[in-house]
Design a protein around this ligand. Structure first.
Ligand code: SF4
Length: 434
């Protein structure tokens, strides 16, 4: 299996010569997940090496096994991300989010005192872990770890504020079929991780105070969480999430680039969000095909509907600059059984239609590479996710569509280009010109 996996990777590198090798390895790592030899997680590489930043489970599990199947070392010591460099592939620095999968053909090992990424018998590159951020050891006056309230990802670029760790689309008939937010919340509590269901405004501000004092890397924050279909603490979804942005911007005006991920809101609500100080709006769209949108985001389809969602994305681009409206697509679910495409080119053509539509309005979508978490309906039915060929064709089409529309890489993700990109849950920024 392993030599087959490495042959497959090298075949793809050869066949997709217009893509950076870094993006191809990253795409395969994100879709297959990664295993670690235990000593890699426990052993400092040398006397100078610092404690590393562990995976924070910042919103979803982004793992291919249940939390209870991981031992304490894997669960609490796996790094948030890895940086690949050099090795037989001569990789420029490539940041990849860690998705644990003990059965993955990719494994990080300790060889001659160095952390190395291996694929079967092949040694591909050196591996570095992120240093523990300065604010991670701090605690709020109420005892909550600052790292749980305000983790950072993307190699320190983004402060990720999941305010509400639960989604009110609940159960298999409403939850997005690829999303494990509710399962993840229950799993983290079950393994004893400090994990706050609803973060208080004052806790967020207190945690950001530590970051503002101790950190020089973060450039943006994301406010997000589950959908609110009725009310939460007496507030609508718009009132709830906007209040956090307003509080952050009042306390730290323009200190970081404020990004908000929510459902697609009516135009007047988007105006409220912008007035509160948000700079970038992510009304995540997930999948373009109408049949798949209805089947795989049934709650969104029932409560808002695909046509209204699309219309609201376009209208949001009349409030924010179009380049600052960035809907996410979950790359891979359009190939998922039971109702996904079975042909790679047809699947990519469908998303290309969506990309062309949004880009013709100046709106540049982005991707998160699908992680088939085992507690989700799609993860159960498609444990292997989508093929590497699908992911690479999608990257080629995305790059070319963006160029055809003469648009720039979306803001709020750091630099683009191989060796520079820090966005860790998709290689889309690695394939764009820097
Ligand atoms: S709306 Fe869908 S993707 Fe978003 S948190 Fe709820 S279930 Fe997950």
């Amino acid at each position: 299996m392993n030599s087959l996996a490495s042959n497959t990777l090298f075949d793809h590198i050869e066949r997709h010569g217009s893509l950076p090798v870094e993006a191809i390895v990253k795409a395969d790592l994100l879709r297959c997940g990664l295993a670690f030899d235990p000593e890699v997680l426990m052993t400092p590489v040398d006397a100078a090496s610092k404690e590393h930043q562990p995976k924070s489970y910042f919103i979803f599990s982004f793992n291919m096994v249940r939390q209870g199947e991981l031992d304490a070392t894997q669960s609490f010591k796996a790094p948030e991300e890895i940086a690949l460099t050099g090795g037989s592939l001569g990789l420029r620095r490539t940041i990849v989010s860690v998705r644990l999968n003990p059965d993955s053909p990719y494994r990080v090992k300790l060889l001659d005192g160095k952390r190395v990424l291996t694929l079967g018998s092949e040694s591909l590159s050196e591996v570095a872990f992120p240093d523990m951020p300065a604010h991670y050891g701090a605690q709020l006056p109420n005892g909550k770890p600052v790292a749980e309230i305000a983790p950072v990802i993307e190699w320190g670029y983004l402060i990720y504020l999941t305010i509400f760790r639960i989604c009110q689309y609940f159960g298999e008939k409403e939850e997005c079929q690829f999303c494990d937010i509710n399962h993840n919340y229950r799993q983290q509590l079950a393994v004893g991780r400090p994990y706050t269901g609803i973060k208080k405004v004052e806790d967020i501000l207190a945690a950001l105070e530590f970051i503002a004092t101790l950190d020089r890397k973060a450039e943006a924050y994301t406010v997000t969480g589950g959908s609110i279909t009725s009310k939460l603490a007496g507030q609508t979804e718009v009132e709830f999430y906007t209040a956090y942005v307003e509080a952050i911007e009042n306390r730290f005006p323009d200190r970081w680039l404020g990004k908000v991920v929510t459902q697609a809101w009516p135009k007047e609500d988007v105006r409220t969000l912008k007035a509160a100080g948000a700079k970038i709006y992510h009304p995540n769209y997930e999948v373009w095909d109408p049949k798949l949108f209805a089947a795989y985001s049934p709650g969104k389809d029932r409560y808002i509907g695909r046509d209204a969602w699309i219309r609201r994305v376009v209208e949001a681009a009349e409030v924010f600059d179009p380049s600052h409206v960035i809907p996410n697509f979950v790359a891979g679910i359009e190939m998922a059984k039971p109702v996904g495409f079975t042909d790679v080119e047809l699947a990519v053509a469908s998303t290309a239609e969506g990309l062309n539509f949004f880009m013709s309005h100046g709106v540049v979508p982005r991707f998160t590479t699908w992680c088939p978490e085992p507690t989700t309906p799609l993860g159960k039915e498609n444990p292997g996710g989508a093929s590497l060929e699908y992911h690479l064709r999608l990257l080629e089409v995305y790059r070319d569509t963006l160029a055809a529309h003469k648009l720039s890489p979306p803001p709020g993700y750091g630099e683009a280009g191989p060796g520079k990109a820090v966005f860790s849950v998709s290689p889309f920024m690695d394939v764009l010109p820097g």
